[in-house]
Design a binder for this molecule. Sequence first.
Ligand code: NAP
Length: 445
Amino acid sequence: MNTAPTFSNDTASVCIVGSGPSGLYAADAIIRKRPDCAIDIIDRLPTPFGLVRAGVAPDHQGTKNIVRQFERSMTKPGVRYLGNVTVGRDVTYDELKACYDAIILAIGAPVDRTLGIPGESLAGVYGSGAFVGWYNGHPDWAALDPVLDHPGVAVVGNGNVALDIARILAKTPAEMATSDICRHAAEAIAAAPLTDIYLLGRRGPVEASFTPAELAELGHLERARPVVDPAVLEGQSADAVSDPRERKVKEKNLEILADFAARNDEKPVRIHLLFYAAPRTILGAEGRVSGLRAERTRVEGGRAVGTGEHLDLDVGTVVTAIGYRCSPLEGVPVDERRGVIVNDEGRVEDGVFVVGWAKRGPSGVIPANRADSMAVAAHVLAHLEANGGRKQGPDALDALLEKRRVRVVCFDDWQKINAAEVARAADGRPREKFIRIADMLAALD
Ligand code: NAP
């Protein structure tokens, strides 16, 4: 356990469920205003940081530096990290509500959305959460062992997650040498006979939600080059985009795509950016993917409308990067359509709040969570002002977890796991992650 500071009986207590960016930004906002408060951050994994560890691309190490800031919040007096604690298994939602003055659900949106088209259950079809979790060593997905034995792979979606996946598949081992991609995934990708990666957008270049820096990266790869049909860019303009910042992003994307379209260099791997192509059927043979049939579309009133013209892609793997839903927590209402926890500006019920992707859906880069979590923290602080100090707080949770013999991973334990991962990394690599919870816990013995 972290050193539990001694508080008087009327100390206000907060439990944050989930140690990803949105939860940690919320913790920081609360402890700054109420340093007298007890904050417990619990996570079902022994390792903290949510998508910073398991979502951010392994070759984007700079983005991961944000953890230093998070570590400062997690080690402030009054704040504890309790990893390897699962709500619904080790402690119930109702028990948490009975223990703490306020609960903040920061549980993200870990469930892949599906396309709802024929062929989606064939071997060789993966959601981006699973696929990214596999190469990033998330214990839920480390054993995925995806089919990668065909020269063609389709990645469905025109967001940054789709770009990450295409780029990780396209990079050479040398380009990944300073990344923290897990060894099993690095080896599988290096051995795959990939020559053609198809990125499918159901709408056009202007509608794509790529950000320019991430899109431009496709133009600087050692063995792969982006392929864009110049005809698709004809008449494309961002003039109709009303928000000036968004317009600038779109204009920059169009410039980068025009540069890609003008290239004719030869490289062994091509990343085809296919716009106006909506997946309709995943074709199969003998239970596994043998192709992807897409329908040509046009955009009408902002929506993709099928034209009746089809194209078949020769691929053996399909990865969908089309967004996520939150995972239901017993007793917490979910908006089934949006895949988020039902909330009013972050308020779920008396004393319960939600932040991050579980609140607003799967959008926004990591820093975008800061303002959102700060706004919800203001509601939490107001609630604590009116109701804080009535419940037993951390002591009550500790008693429950002790009774149930839960092996809680505290912040100091996490640092030991961290040090062990750094120590087992090959030269030049930041870490070699443990991919099984048992191995993480064994590093503590
Ligand atoms: P996203 O940006 O919302 O992209 C989702 C894509 O899926 C869109 O192109 C969407 O098309 C498409 N899509 C949805 N349903 C579809 C369907 N049925 N058929 C075909 N296409 C479909 O989401 P994301 O890529 O998952 O990223 C999530 C957030 O994380 C974003 O804010 C992203 O910027 C951020 N992120 C940032 C980085 C980075 O900064 N490096 C890296 C990864 C993620 P429509 O537009 O037509 O709906």
